[in-house]
Design a protein around this ligand. Structure first.
Ligand code: DUC
Ligand code: ZN
Ligand code: ZN
Length: 500
């Protein structure tokens, strides 16, 4: 039988970043072919039909902050998930595109070799589509000269650090990066914590012989994040080079970001579920348990802090919600959290605990189940804005006829899913715990579709996607983050400087 379409989805409530409505969707050749009012495809023939039964139909999730198969960078351990297990976990939670990091070490002076090596790790191993941010550990003259080629290779963003001995850049190096990024229309992501403050606090705690996991929080005070955030904003404004502050956790940092945005400065910000759901109490658990929630920045003081982060997500201060999936196994004393335990520190030492938690599979369901965001805003921060910010829109993060890949999540209709407790055994990563164990969820993707293929069907087989179906996506310049003024930044003979 000749068919008009490969797939038709009927009876859904379609949610985009701008609209909610009763639409049916037709897919052909991996793309969104038609989005029409409900019933408008009744006469069409398709190879496959899905009845959404009134459930929400949204673009597939775009997670723009994911660490996979990385060497030790954030403490002693290395990430538990490789490209296969990380992308598998992603798709089972409704994420169809991820942007992971290609990490350049301080001892290396090229970025292109790092990029090519990361391609090798990902190639033929991914369940979902992917792209890379370059993580710049050494902005050598050679590395800076490679930014232009990075753009040709489809990389339009990079990440730098203001902390971690293995990665920290000083302010002059940050300016070098911002200047070259501005020239090549690259968006710079900044890990904003003051490394010297953290080192000083760590030494104070060591003098007092305070080593338990909870002191990770004490060693990373809010002030260290607030100061570094404001400094990053100043450096970015000086250079008129857009930045995105990653994983923002404190109300004071959010306030600096909001005030810069109100002045029209191109400052963007990301937060993550850990800053919506976890607090200091999660770090302060008996014995070594708190290590399960060690990430940087750490979970903050109280639920009141989480409320401010939720507010920032709702009011636009935060552009995107990413997982910062940086998975370390707990019960693993070689590369996991327990690698920080040794004869000298039988209960571990907070400064050696690898910083990071898994969350690529739980990001969407946790946030939607909390029911604290307007639905359009949920789509905006989890799908559309990450795609816009990182040059993937409207290919990803949207359901635009003829333009978007057919990457779709269909959620459970009202009343069809009972509230349940999240358990690690339900997840598909290669990690032995989730920091969100026991959280009550009301939603999970029922179907996930990637370029027209059903890759997740919760009731009928679960994971249906195949390793290797995911492909590398070359990205354009950001359609959100642009300098305010065109022209070159320079110092002029009259002593003035800026954009000319
Ligand atoms: N920063 C990240 O972005 N991820 C994990 C650890 C860190 O500090
Ligand atoms: Zn970071
Ligand atoms: Zn990260």
């Amino acid at each position: 039988m000749a068919t008009d379409y490969d797939l038709i989805i009927v009876n859904g409530v379609v949610v985009s970043d701008t609209e909610i409505g009763e639409y049916d969707i037709a897919v052909r050749d991996e793309k969104i072919a038609k989005v029409v009012s409900r019933g408008g495809l009744n006469d069409a023939k398709a190879a496959k039909m899905i009845d959404a039964e009134g459930g929400y139909v949204m673009p597939g999730g775009v997670d723009a902050h994911v660490h996979l198969q990385e060497p030790p960078l954030f403490g002693k351990g290395s990430t538990a998930d490789n490209y296969e297990s990380g992308s598998r976990s992603a798709v089972c939670g409704g994420t169809t595109t991820m942007v992971t990091f290609a990490p350049q070490k301080k001892s290396e002076d090229t970025l292109l070799d790092t990029l090519y090596a990361t391609h090798e790790k990902a190639k033929d191993n991914c369940y979902i589509d992917y792209s890379f941010h370059l993580l710049v550990g050494n902005p050598s003259a050679k590395a800076l000269s490679e930014f232009k080629t990075l753009r040709k290779e489809g990389v339009s963003s990079l990440k730098i650090y203001m902390t971690y001995q293995a990665l920290q850049l000083h302010d002059g190096e940050i300016l070098d990066v911002l200047l070259e990024a501005r020239k090549q229309q690259i968006t710079t992501m900044v890990h904003a914590e003051n490394g010297q403050v953290i080192d000083w606090m760590t030494a104070q705690l060591e003098k007092r012989k305070l080593f338990a996991p909870k002191y990770h929080g004490t060693s990373h005070p809010s002030m260290a994040e607030t100061e570094a955030t404001y400094r990053a904003i100043c450096l970015s404004e000086f250079m008129d080079s857009p930045i995105l502050i990653v994983h923002v956790s404190t109300p004071a940092a959010a306030a600096h970001i909001k005030s810069a945005q109100d002045r029209g400065i191109p400052i963007y910000a990301e937060t993550c579920p850990q800053y919506l759901f976890l607090t200091k109490a999660d770090l302060d658990q008996p014995g070594f348990e708190g290590a399960k929630c060690v990430c940087s920045p750490p979970p903050r003081e109280s639920e009141a802090d989480c409320d401010v982060i939720w507010d920032g997500l709702a009011n636009g201060t935060f552009t995107i919600l990413s997982s910062d999936h940086c998975p370390f196994r707990f019960d693993d004393n070689v590369i996991g959290k327990k690698s920080s335990i040794n004869d000298e520190y039988p209960l571990g030492h907070f400064k050696y605990i690898p910083n990071g938690i898994a969350g690529i599979e739980t990001r969407l369901a946790l946030t939607l189940s909390a029911n604290r965001l307007d639905l359009k805003r949920f789509v905006e921060v989890t799908c559309s804005n990450p795609a816009k910010l990182y040059g993937l829109y409207p290919l990803k993060g949207a359901l635009v006829e003829g333009q978007s890949d057919a990457d779709i999540n269909i959620w459970y209709p009202p009343g069809k899913m009972q509230e349940f407790e999240l358990k690690n055994e339900m997840l598909h990563h290669d990690v032995d715990y989730t920091p969100f164990e026991g959280r009550k969820l009301k939603q999970w993707p029922r179907y996930t579709i990637l370029r027209g293929q059903v890759v997740w069907d919760k009731e009928n087989g679960g994971l249906l996607g195949k390793k290797g179906y995911g492909k590398f996506i070359k990205r354009e310049a950001s359609s959100l983050a642009k300098p305010r003024r065109v022209g070159e930044w320079d110092i002029h003979p009259d002593g003035s400087f800026g954009i000319y």
